[in-house]
Design a protein around this ligand. Sequence first.
Ligand code: ADP
Ligand code: MG
Length: 489
Amino acid sequence: MPSLAELVRSHTDLDTGDVAWLHLLMADWQIIADLSFADLVLWLPDSQGIGFWAGAQMRPTTGPTAYVDDIVGTFVPVGRRPLLDAAYSQGRLVRDGDPEWRDDVPVRVETIPVRRGDRVIAVIARNTNLLGVRTPSRLELSYLQTAADLTQMIAAGHFPDPGPRSDHADSPRVGDGFLRIDAEGRVVYASPNALSVYRRLGLNGDLAGLSLADLTRELVPPRRRPDEETLSTVLGGRAPRDTEVGSEDVALILRSIPLRPAGEHIGSLVLVRDVTDLRRRDRELVTKDATIREIHHRVKNNLQTVAALLRLQARRMDSEPAKSALEEAVRRVGSIAIVHETLSQAVEETVDFDEIADRLGAMVTEVSAHSDQVRVRREGSFGVLPSETATALAMVLTEVLQNAVEHGYGGDAERAGDIAVGVRRIVGRLRVTIDDDGVGLPSGFTLDASTNLGLSIVRTLVESELDGQLELGPAPSGGTRVVVDLPIE
Ligand SMILES: Nc1ncnc2c1ncn2[C@@H]1O[C@H](COP(=O)(O)OP(=O)(O)O)[C@@H](O)[C@H]1O
Ligand SMILES: [Mg+2]
């Protein structure tokens, strides 16, 4: 199905201002379809003057459709639908007495010229499936009257309103609650749904005859309603705006569309929607985020406690190997704690890993005997990583950096060292290169033959957890190079 923009471009002379106007109109024409119980079709005049193109259509949610099939993109030549021709050339609403029959369905057609400034830029055909029409109730009469006012405004170029609009996804529909107020802001008619909404807000009795702004001021405490100017403008029906109000337990969105079919302001259409459930869900999501952050915070605290216990135990060890094994465990636990600490500050389940990498580098050099001489510098950015990747990568980085500090410069406490962490993020992959300028790997060393715990952990994490590859070899600078390459989203 072609888009409105495509149809305009290939078949019409409409300019970008016209198209913007039509888009504004279409943003609100669901309201007119619902109030009319009718299908709306936007017909665009062909640039050669030979007919009209169906640019868009809208079905009513309040009644049966007159068009089972989509008709956007179809063409009607001049002369085939006289009502279209008349509305376009004469710039007035045209209505036919007799219904058209389409596939055994009687359809009443009216045409509405869409005026922008002093030009008619399109025609809306309003098609009412008469099978759905009964003796009208008060609700139906109010809907139809309001629809008639709005269509007159379209023909006069007073609707849509060109001003800015708040782009609420929660914008109320006709079926959510409909009120018609007069020029003084008093309720002339309220649909049953609108009445229920106000009853939930605390109204006893009926809405008819009450000033909507006064009533809302009475029912809603000051800190739950908008500023006085917004309240009286929207609820007084004097500007096309919307606003949200609420009591302790009920939240609603109100939207007003002032009506001036003959130019003079005669009142307003106010739509109201109960958004209590939506707002509750919003609040629950916020609390859920806060809970997740709190859990990360506690995990971090617990890990720090575990590290402290291990450190205590290490101090009581007599044997050197046992002591250093426990100290390594302290470091490993510490690096996981850093990830959780970062997560506890974030809203998302992702972390900016640069900060973590830098802290790990500082942690590893700090506790070593070379803290003054060895430094870790990062080249490139890790960017944002999911938390599971971050945890595993933090442990990998800790082990590798620790090895560089410990084995690369190990024998000589005076020796200066430069460890470079190079990061490259290419489409779908992350490649981390850790180069030290130390003594290099022992001769004959291979990754496969190495059975020590540190590199075993690194290998398992890289290959199983991160689904990546690990390489270990000589660095161009003479020291050791470790490369970790992994897929990321
Ligand atoms: N950056 C490095 N420079 C020199 N040797 C290294 C380096 N990284 C690892 N090695 C060698 O690999 C061995 C295995 O490392 P690892 O598995 O972490 O165990 P550990 O650090 O406990 O010795 C080390 O003992 C060391 O000989
Ligand atoms: Mg090690």
